[in-house]
Design a protein around this ligand. Structure first.
Ligand code: ADP
Ligand code: MG
Length: 612
């Protein structure tokens, strides 16, 4: 006798419940699917109402195209979709949905009530479904569009229901979905209510406004626009200014064709663009939108569709990296600095109209700080002039020249040196209107108000820039020490120096290793004597714990050299102020030091006005 087969077909409701598990993991998934449907239906305004983090009620009301009586029933069937008709359509998707399983899945695990009306009909349809069974269908009076009410989610799947986290966590997920979708569609109005409280009320408008409304930023100056058009991809969006980078990952959003997705590869490209601008372990915020031919991506690889495959990901990576770098660079220079003489001098003009304040300082006009130092010409606008000046001063001489500088002015701690505006009146140097405060800060007039520059950090950035360009072309200038500097280090540290010997030579270090001792015979000219120890320790730290790839190591070490090379910065002359400002603003980046410290801070006219 033939043995009896053991395979059975699963009853529909069980099959639906299993399938539902893939699409609907928690209340937030329902919000996502229903809001996406509303967008696909062309809604201009979408309301989300949630009770008890979605456990009791999720309602989505839209003003989209609605459904007729037949579709209002059909839409709950598995694989019922109006969005694709054949397999080819999969390659030109412009809608969020296409699988036709969201509504079937939601209906399988909750009580759903649908009210919908198309605009060319006077009467709408009400459909009530429970566990995939149509319980009621009737004509109803309602406005154009669609309203879905989803109650008692997972009422028939206790395992799922028990698996739900606290209301806080679940509502957090809903908020996250809501934010992602609303960011992708700033042209649509959105509201979100939770337990009767309005959480968001987002008007339609430009993307920048949407970002600010969603994240409640007080100041939209924090967003740097990014834009790049290529044949393969169009990139637009915003990145947060480096100073807004946070210690926690958070406001990082990538979208492709208005669909949120996650991608560690592109995330890496964006982070890389911030290299040297923000501190380690802090995260830049970004809102980046790709527009790409739908046939060049595959949204089909993940059931909840947050992972997307890109045909030309490498190419996109490099476009992304360079467009963000460029945006950060461009943004930092132009909006803050005003190169237009007519308007940039508005503040000093006002100052001149008032009675001149008697200078508090005595200047020795015969003193020429540069007479012993031909290379550091302060009037030179050459971006290298400053660092060359420092580097050509032999090792150990910096201290001496410091002593001379002190004779230049007899400065009291509290005094302010003002540059001579009248003399510079017809001078075409953009940065002539600068004030030096206590040898530490430079204050300059700019379009939006006043720019305060930390002089030491400015020098750090300038030295960094100069060392980088020097390093690219030849080994960095080195000075031989009269006596070798010996330092006892442990095995792994020795090994690290040894492994990077040729790179370190290129960077201006000459050394030998005996037993446990690192003996340094030559250091980069930029490093003053008293900084050798610190520099050596920091380089060791960078080599051993810096976690840097080969290509990044040189940059990491040069950053340390710049920091230690600028350690003794004090500025004592107006000429030097001019040189520094000129040099700083010729650097590719001038808002942050290589280690991520703020160099330039702007005090806006509004902020000044508020003080009075
Ligand atoms: P998909 O979105 O993948 O097509 P769904 O199960 O989410 O599958 O929806 C099934 C169908 O129901 C959609 O294709 C659409 O025709 C219709 N539909 C769903 N929601 C709405 C809505 N808010 N407005 C108009 N039609 C809708
Ligand atoms: Mg859908």
């Amino acid at each position: 006798m033939a043995s009896q087969g053991i395979i059975q077909l699963l009853p529909d409701h069980i099959a639906n419940q299993i399938a539902a598990g893939e699409v609907i993991q928690r209340p937030a998934s329902v919000v996502k699917e229903l809001v996406e449907n509303a967008i696909d239906a062309g809604a201009k305004s979408i309301k989300v109402v949630v009770k008890d983090a979605g456990r009791t009620l999720i309602q989505i009301i839209d003003d989209g195209k609605g459904m007729n009586e037949d579709d209002a029933v059909l839409c709950f069937q598995r694989h019922a979709t109006s969005k694709i008709t054949n397999a080819d359509d999969l390659f030109k998707l412009t809608t969020k949905g296409f699988r036709g399983e969201a509504l079937a899945s939601i209906a399988a695990i909750s009580h759903v009530s649908l009210k919908t009306k198309v605009s060319d009909s006077d009467i709408g349809t009400l459909v009530e479904v429970e566990g995939n069974n149509i319980k009621n269908k009737e004509a109803t009076v309602c406005s154009n569009g669609t309203s879905f009410e989803v109650k008692n989610i997972f009422y028939n799947v206790p395992a799922r229901r028990n698996f739900l986290k606290s209301d806080n966590v679940e509502f957090g997920h809903i908020r996250e979905e809501f934010e992602r979708i609303s960011l992708a569609h700033p042209d649509i109005k959105f509201t979100l209510h939770h337990n009767g409280k309005e959480e968001y009320n987002l008007l339609n408008g430009p993307l920048r406004k949407r970002i600010i409304e969603v994240f409640g930023r007080s100041n939209n100056d924090q967003l740097v626009p990014v834009e790049e058009d290529t044949d393969i991809v169009k990139i637009k969006g915003y990145v947060g200014k480096p100073e807004t980078a946070r210690k926690t990952r958070g406001e990082q959003f990538l979208f492709v064709n208005q669909r949120f997705f996650k991608d560690s590869y592109f995330h890496h490209a964006i982070s890389k663009a911030f290299d040297g601008l923000i501190q380690d372990r802090s995260f830049p915020s970004y809102f980046i939108f790709f527009e790409i031919d739908p046939s060049k991506i595959d949204v089909n690889i993940h059931p909840t569709k947050t992972e997307i495959k890109f045909e030309e990901d490498r190419f996109i990576y490099s476009i992304l990296l360079s467009s963000i770098k460029q945006a950060l660079g461009k943004y930092n220079v132009f909006p803050t600095l005003d190169f237009d003489l007519d308007t940039s001098f508005d503040v000093p003009v006002e100052v001149r109209k008032t009675d001149p304040i008697e200078p508090q300082i005595k200047v020795n006009p015969l003193f020429n700080p540069f007479q012993n130092n031909t290379s550091a010409s302060p009037s030179s606008s050459n971006s290298n002039s400053f660092s060359k000046g420092i580097m050509n001063q032999g090792f150990g001489q910096i201290k001496n020249s410091d002593a001379d500088w002190e004779n230049f002015y007899s400065i009291k701690e509290e005094e302010i040196i003002e540059t001579n505006e009248i003399e510079f009146e017809n001078d075409l140097q953009q940065t002539s209107k600068s004030i030096l405060v206590r040898g530490k800060y430079l204050i300059s007039n700019c379009k939006s108000g006043l720019m305060v520059i930390d002089a030491k950090r400015a020098k750090e950035r300038i030295i960094y820039q100069n060392l980088i360009s020097e390093f690219i072309h030849k080994p960095i200038a080195s000075q031989q020490l009269l006596f070798p500097f010996d330092k006892t280090v442990n095995k792994s540290e020795l090994l690290a120096w040894q492994e990077s010997q040729s790179l370190l030579n290129q960077l201006g270090f000459n050394f030998s290793i005996e037993d446990q001792t690192l003996s340094i015979q030559g250091i980069p000219t930029i490093i003053p004597a008293e900084e050798i120890n610190t520099t050596t320790e920091e380089i060791t730290e960078t080599l051993v714990h810096g976690n840097l790839q080969k290509g990044e190591l040189a940059h990491g070490i040069i950053a340390k050299l710049a920091k230690n090379g600028s350690a003794n910065t004090t500025i004592r002359s107006e000429e030097e102020v001019t040189v520094i400002i000129n040099d700083l603003f010729q650097c590719e980046e001038h808002t942050y030091t290589p280690s991520g410290k703020l160099i330039v801070s702007t005090v806006t006219m509004e902020e000044i006005a508020q003080k009075f």
